[in-house]
Design a protein. Structure first.
Length: 372
């Protein structure tokens, strides 16, 4: 996959160097951190240290299908994961022979495509220098550990950001194909498809090109049809969220109260729920900024996600979902470009707050605890 625009080589090189440097930094942190936390005990092989939570479930689907491991208890939550990442895992596993390593390689390659495209998008919409700033803002986000682990975030971004960039340049056939790829990875692809409709309308494209708005919806229809044939349930992916994680729609104040009570407790998940609340604040703030700037398509893309997340039974994975909100990182990049003296401190302040949280969450994830 190559970013579908004439992004300069310098911009791509800056993005890739930041990506590679950050990956090396995480490797060092993982090796040193594992040795420190092990306290003299045997340390698991490097790929195995990343097989936690969703990464493990994605491997289970790739290995056994949505029925799960026949030797284990049935997991009703598996259909919540769209098939794009498990199918990619299965393909890469044929080459490398290790499930954990396959997930890490997918995230590495996909992330490189994503950051190159993000840099291109930033410089398409802003001045020279916004590209590397947007990439750095993404890499410093407190949940960026999930771009290293075998999760679906990096693979989704590898399709979604180039799709958005192609749409901005009026290349709708390419945007449609890439957005369909993103829709294979996560339900977030539905929000991307709806946002592309708004982008198409606001850009006043020719009506004859509207046919390219259809392909991004096709993977969701096919995935729903697959589970209907398998279990008779057209909304198996939604019901799996409810069965596996207790996620169902409630009034936003009910969700906030439930999350607040968990965040103020003394349990092992209290810190994670505090980050969830912080993520919700960032998400709502971002939606309001996009609304103020009248960036309608981005408002729809982020707003639908934030609305769904804050109306869940409790806040879950909001900061991790923010990895997919590229408008946030574009805004940080623009706010830190040369200009008034205060702007030079925007990225510095962002790094001083987000950076330590990134390190902490990486170590917590490696220890097998819930991060987001």
């Amino acid at each position: 996959m190559i970013p579908p625009v004439e992004t300069s080589r310098a911009t791509v090189l800056e993005a890739f160097l930041l990506w590679l440097s950050s990956r090396l930094g995480i490797v060092v942190l993982a090796v040193v951190g594992a040795g420190t936390m092990a306290g003299g005990e045997a340390v698991a092989p490097f790929p195995a240290r990343w097989e936690h939570w969703d990464a493990k479930l994605l491997i289970t689907i790739a290995e056994y299908g949505y029925g799960g491991d026949p030797a284990a208890e049935p997991d009703p939550g598996l259909p919540a994961f769209f098939p794009g990442m498990p199918l990619t895992l299965r393909a890469v596993h044929l080459v490398v022979g290790d499930w954990g390593l396959a997930g890490l390689l997918i995230s590495f390659v996909a992330g490189a495509v994503a950051v190159a495209s993000l840099a291109g998008l930033a410089e398409f919409e802003g001045p020279r220098g916004t590209g590397w700033r947007a990439v750095l803002a993404l890499l410093l986000w407190p949940m960026s550990v999930f771009l290293f682990a075998g999760y679906s975030e990096a693979l989704f971004l590898a399709f979604a950001v180039p799709a958005w960039l192609a749409a901005r340049r009026g290349r709708w056939p390419l945007a449609a194909v890439l957005a369909a790829g993103a829709s294979c990875m996560r339900i977030t692809g539905l929000f991307l498809a709806l946002a592309l409709i708004v982008e198409f309308r606001t850009a006043r494209r020719a009506v004859r090109q509207a046919v390219w708005l259809v392909p991004p919806f096709v993977p969701l229809v096919l995935y729903s049809a697959y589970h209907h044939a398998r279990s008779g349930d057209w909304l198996a992916w939604k019901h799996a969220q409810e069965a596996g994680w207790g996620r169902h729609l409630v009034w936003p104040w009910e969700s906030l109260i439930t999350t607040w009570q968990s965040a103020m407790g003394d349990g092992r998940f209290a810190w994670a729920f505090r980050l969830e609340i912080a993520g919700a604040v960032v998400g709502i703030g971002l939606v309001l900024v996009l609304l103020h700037l009248r960036r309608w398509s981005e408002f729809v893309y982020v707003g639908l996600q934030v609305g769904a997340l804050v109306c869940s039974a409790y806040y879950l994975s909001i900061p991790r979902s923010a990895l997919l909100w590229w408008p946030l990182f574009l805004l940080v990049a623009r706010a830190s470009t040369p200009g008034p003296r205060w702007r030079r401190w925007v990225l510095v302040a962002y790094a001083l707050v987000a950076g330590p949280l990134t390190v902490l969450n990486t170590l917590v994830f490696l220890d097998g605890a819930w991060v987001g």
